[in-house]
Structure formats: structure tokens, C-alpha cells
Design a protein around this ligand. Sequence first.
Ligand SMILES: Nc1nc2c(c(=O)[nH]1)N[C@H]1C(S)=C(S)[C@@H](COP(=O)(O)OP(=O)(O)OC[C@H]3O[C@@H](n4cnc5c(N)ncnc54)[C@H](O)[C@@H]3O)O[C@H]1N2
Ligand code: MOO
Length: 394
Amino acid sequence: MISFDEAIALLSGAVAPLGSETVHLTEAAGRFLSGDLSARSDAPRRDVSAMDGYAVAIDKVENGAPLRVAGESRAGMPFDGSIGDGEAVRIFTGSALPEGADCVIMQEYATREGELVRFTEGHGPARHIRFAGSDFSEGDRLLAKGARLTPPAMVSAAAADRTTLDVGKRPKVAIIATGDELVAPGKAHDSTDTMPETASHGVAALCRAMNAEVVASAHGRDTLGELEELAAEALAAADCVVVIGGASVGDHDLARPMFAAHEMELVFSRIAIKPGKPVWLGKVGKKTVLGLPGNPTSAMVTARLFLRPLLAAMQGGSVKGELRFAPLPLAAPVEATGPRETFLRAEMTEEGLVPVSNQQSGAQHPLARSDRLIRRPAGSNAASAGDLVSTIDF
Ligand SMILES: Nc1nc2c(c(=O)[nH]1)N[C@H]1C(S)=C(S)[C@@H](COP(=O)(O)OP(=O)(O)OC[C@H]3O[C@@H](n4cnc5c(N)ncnc54)[C@H](O)[C@@H]3O)O[C@H]1N2
Ligand code: MOO
């Protein structure tokens, strides 16, 4: 068995970006940039006010003494002229600072009487000016190649002042769930020998959250002929095939044999992690085939740790970017780990990070509230509340 880090290194080496396409800014959210995004101009373009108030030359202001309001500077409609001795200009947030002004006094400190304005004490030393280029300058790189256009990043992208963006193509994914006992949700309650096929629904949701187009989601019985047909169809339709179940060593575990006719090259199989030991990755030409263990928790943990980075890399994102582990203090104790590196399911509660009580890899109910994984090295001692552990979003 290889380690998690070794498997991730092999995965990184096995996946290439699918290429890029140009999309309108309004269609770009969530996508991965295919090139650096640089600013077309400075922001702000010129010195502007950060507050509603009065633009003044601060050295000429005496508290209580009146100034004449010479005009108004509104956003998009600057004051035409410069501030003279004994003058102020009414100004609004985001409006151009008039020539001669070096400070904005907030209107809360102003008393206006017709054409005159007086300032009270307490406006403080703040100038309330956003200087030209203080956010960014023309040519600055606002987002790097491979960056994901998250909701906050969309603001930076729009600030670059471009109508279209080059982003990684959306991967096409085909999902094949295997197992004689599985039936579509809604059809399982009639027999004690059947159970709902659940894992593909989590995997498909993850794919869509990663911009992938789920072109097929099929269920195959554990017969080689049927699975071989599904494998051929999936490979013809998709860039990435995800097989769920049949990954282990039993007589009915056919997830890898079903691709034998396509001369699949195995990138890795069996990793020293818990859950998810049977996860495997193969390549058929340029297409990737990822085998997830059938246990639903194992399937979702391995989808998070392997499928998400894989889909990012296919779009020009980085594998590492999807695997940013960060330390958090535990709010409840955890047991010692066994000989495999362990990824515990946990929930961020108001108290902090709490591992869910049922850590079985076949469990489904705890997935409803698990939002982080705790990564613990093989052979770790038990840990207590307050101890730092490595975590990642789930
Ligand atoms: N002798 C050994 N047995 C097992 C080993 C091993 O090393 N030696 N590994 C165990 C581990 S770890 C895992 S994980 C499981 C996973 O094996 P498979 O990928 O072959 O999964 P299945 O046997 O097909 O199914 C396991 C379990 O999950 C249910 N399942 C499967 N697919 C779905 C689905 N799409 N939706 C919901 N539930 C699903 C299935 O009914 C089984 O209960 O193997 C251990 N065994
Ligand atoms: O490695 Mo398995 O995924 O523990 O049940």
C-alpha cells in the first residue's frame, strides 16, 4: 500500500488540463482561470472620497469658523474647479476629490446653513480619501492562472474590467454505481434484500459543485458483461469515469476488470488511509477512471480527497489548491489511530470542531452533518479537547 501523499503525487502526474474556453463574465463563477487576469486600469482611477461629507484643505479649517460651499462632487460628476481659501465642496462617497482638497470631513461633524458650513470638534485626523491606485494599478495581476472564481474572487475578476474570461473547460463525468443489492431511491423499501443507491448522488453533487457536467449516471449489476458495456459507454461519453463499489478484493468486485478491454493503465490502487483503502485510479488514453469504495462514507471521503482535486486539475486548477489542510483545535477528544492514516468526519459546531460519533465507513446518517475532515497520521495517540489537529472542508 502507498501513502495518501504518494497517491496524490501520482494523481497530480496523471492528470492534464482539458483545455480552455472563453466565457462571458456572468457565466464564469466557480470556474478556473486559464491565464493570469490583469487590471486594465488603476483602481480607484483618481483620488476619491471614502465618506459622505465635505472636501476641504485641512490646514485652512478652524473648528467653528464658516467655510463657503463652492459646489458639489458626486460619483461620476466631479466638481469642476478647485477649492479656494475659505471654501469647502460638498462630496459623496466614491466621488472625485476636488483639486486643492486633501481631506474629507464626515457630514456628522458639519453644520450647514445655506451656503456656509461649520465643523465641530472631534472629526479626528482621518482623511477619508481612497487614493488613486491604492487598491490596484493598471497591469497588476488580480487573479493568477488556475485560480478559482469564488464569489468574492468574482468581484476582483469584474474589477479587471473585462467582458470575457478564459477558463478551463468543464469536465464531462460518467458515474457508474455497481452492486446487485442497489436500487434507485424510492424503490428499496419493498424488500429487505435491497437498499437505496446513495453514493452516486453525493458524487454527482460534488461533480456539479466542481463545474463538471454529469453526462451519465448508471447503475450496473455485478456481472462482468453488463459492467463492460457500461464501461465502454462511459468512456465514449466522458473525460472522467467514476466507478462506485466493487473496489475491494471479493469475487464480485469487478470495478477494475470491467475496463480490461480498454487496456487501462493503473496509476494507483489501495492506499493506507481509513476510510477509503480500496480507492484506485486508472488511465485509458487521456481519460481518467477513478474507483471509489462502495461504503458511502468511504465513497464521499475519497471523492473529496481524490475526485475534487482531479476535477480541478482537469480545469487547470491545482491539486494542492483543493487540499489545503489547516489546523483547528478539537472541541472533543478523539481516539488513537490505527496503522492507516485516518480521516475522521467532524462537524464545526458553536463549541468548535467535534468528530461525529459514528465513524463507520458504511454510515450514511452522519454525512448529513459532517462538514470537515480531521486528518490524523497513522499511529497517532489519542487527542484531547484543545489539541490542534489538521483539518479540511468536507
Ligand atoms: N477481505 C476484505 N474485505 C474488504 C476489504 C479488504 O481489504 N479485504 N476492504 C473493505 C473496505 S476498507 C471497504 S471500503 C469495502 C469497499 O469495498 P467495495 O468498493 O468493493 O464496495 P462494495 O463491496 O461494492 O460495497 C460495500 C458496501 O457499500 C454498499 N454500497 C456499495 N455501493 C453503494 C452505493 N452506490 N450506494 C450505497 N451503498 C453502496 C454496499 O451495499 C456494501 O454494503 O470493502 C471492505 N471489504
Ligand atoms: O477503507 Mo474502508 O473505506 O474503511 O471501509
